[in-house]
Design a protein. Sequence first.
Length: 655
Amino acid sequence: MPDLHVAVDGSDTSEGTPSAPLRTISRAALLARPGDTVVVHEGEYREWVRPARGGLSDQRRITYTAAPGEHVVIKGSERVTGWQPDGGTVWRVSVPNTLFGDVNPFAETVDGDWAIYEPGAPRKHLADVYLDGRSFYEVHARDEVQDPPRRTEVVDVWTGRVVPTHDPDQTVFVWYAEVEQDVTTVWANFHGADPNEDLVEINVRRSVFYPDRHHVDWITVRGFELAHAATPWAPPTADQPGLIGPNWAKGWIIEDNLIHDAKCAAISLGKEASTGDNDSSQRGDKPGYQYQLESVFSARHIGWDREHVGSHVVRRNTIVDCGQNGVVGHLGCVFSTIEDNHIHRIALKREFFGHEIAGIKLHAAIDTQIRHNRIHDTTLGIWLDWQTQGTRVSRNLLYGNNRDLFVEVSHGPYVVDHNVLASAAAVEVVAQGGAYLHNLVAGTVRLEPVMDRSTPYHVPHSTQVAGFAVVPGGDDRWIGNVFLGGDVDDAYAGGAHHRAAGYGTAGYDAYPTTMEEYRARLDPSLGDHAQFHGKTLPVQIRDNVYANGAKAFHAEVRPLVLAPDDEVQVTVADEGAEVHLEITLPAGVDLATVPPVDGATLGYAHFPAAEFEAPDGSALRADVDLVGMVKSGGTSYAAGPLAGLTTGSGRTRVW
């Protein structure tokens, strides 16, 4: 069948040909059949596209694409005019509630499981106001709109650090709203702009490209600008709608898009409501942890498996200016690939807080590959939480974040290789069963056991639950990494995180190095259970480089600890479209060299008893460096993410 064409001067009564295009993408979505391509032409489309059907396979998918060379924008907002002056630089407008359809984002709050507010603090809403594309801050009374303060600093709740506000000038653009039965009245401070002449928009739709039913499979969305969605808070125990996403389906490709200004989540690969929807915060009877356990089994009952869910590809997108996540997903992200994306300015407005905020935040990322992404200027870069098994985090560039990588209550096996982790708080291991290979770790490493939460592990390469375990810690491998030292105060201002953080691998000093040593620490007289309680698992740590005061594991094999005078200088030079890694190694210092690491070297993860393998079960090879150089067998390469790293000064383009 010929392509279906959509254009802003078309008509939904047309045939969808190039000469008689349709007017809306939504109309094309009703007509499209497996194998069809919907070609959307230049212009702005204000609609929520809800595909009526999907494709039948990877070869017979339905594709939605911007016409070659044409700029197509799909927005969840509407332009608002008719503003009236209301004192100083404040303006007021009343809009009919019919504008919003079923849900008025000015009446819905950012709330749910693990969303955190101070006692008595007012809730933020899903709405937003935009002036020429720049979003405003919400305030909670009409008087606060009049003369808002310009804020230059804010406290990062997780680290306790006082950090600069990303855009202090943006903080004085504020709005307040009151919702009545028939109208919503909005006050906003435009600071000299005329909202009837300039472009002013408000959030109207929850999503921009998202089915309203499940198992709409095999869809491609390519080449659009997608913006302005009133997406709700997306914890792992709730329905997780995004600005765009498959809504519990299989085989989507989301590629080459510019995605921005989702109130919470931009791309969602997450779960759906029938397996739980904020039950903990709504019922107040059980912790969210318990409901999350239940959601895993509920999902299995409705077909959470490789044949029906996951296997998505998210690639080459730019994701920016979102309140909670660039990519989020619990359960629905299994067997997926997230690669070559540029994710930045996530949660930097800090209008709300909770335990589910990151550039990429995934639960149950089974056999999910996160590779060659550029993630910076976020409160947390990558957060892998629960069931990180078969997951690989490879060749990513993380810098300028409050925290880079956090792996939580997982049992492995998972691999983190050839990444640059350059923020002050670089790695947090609240898990076990990980292999960290050839990374540049320029910030702190924090270790933490978790003995009060037992989380699932799975049959290898499957969603079938094999067992549960707590996290005494250990069972980790650190091979061929370069660690830089520093001042812990630069990463954490205080508190428990500060005490648990350090530079290098010395935090493992009390851990055993072999199963024989581990067993020798057990006391059978305590009984079958108690003898294992709190006993850290063995670790394999070798061939790492420590500079600028970073400390090595006391029993490490072949560590290279540079003298205090042998300072290593590393700069991530962000030049906009390009990023260069500038490294200066002291003269006469040769880095440790390591042969390419494979799955046989790494053994198996303790609790799942699962090998370190590729997602298809084939042999794992960690043999491609940060810039794509393939390491050949039988040859040793420098520690760190660049195979060709040598002494002296070097500058390498890494993006």
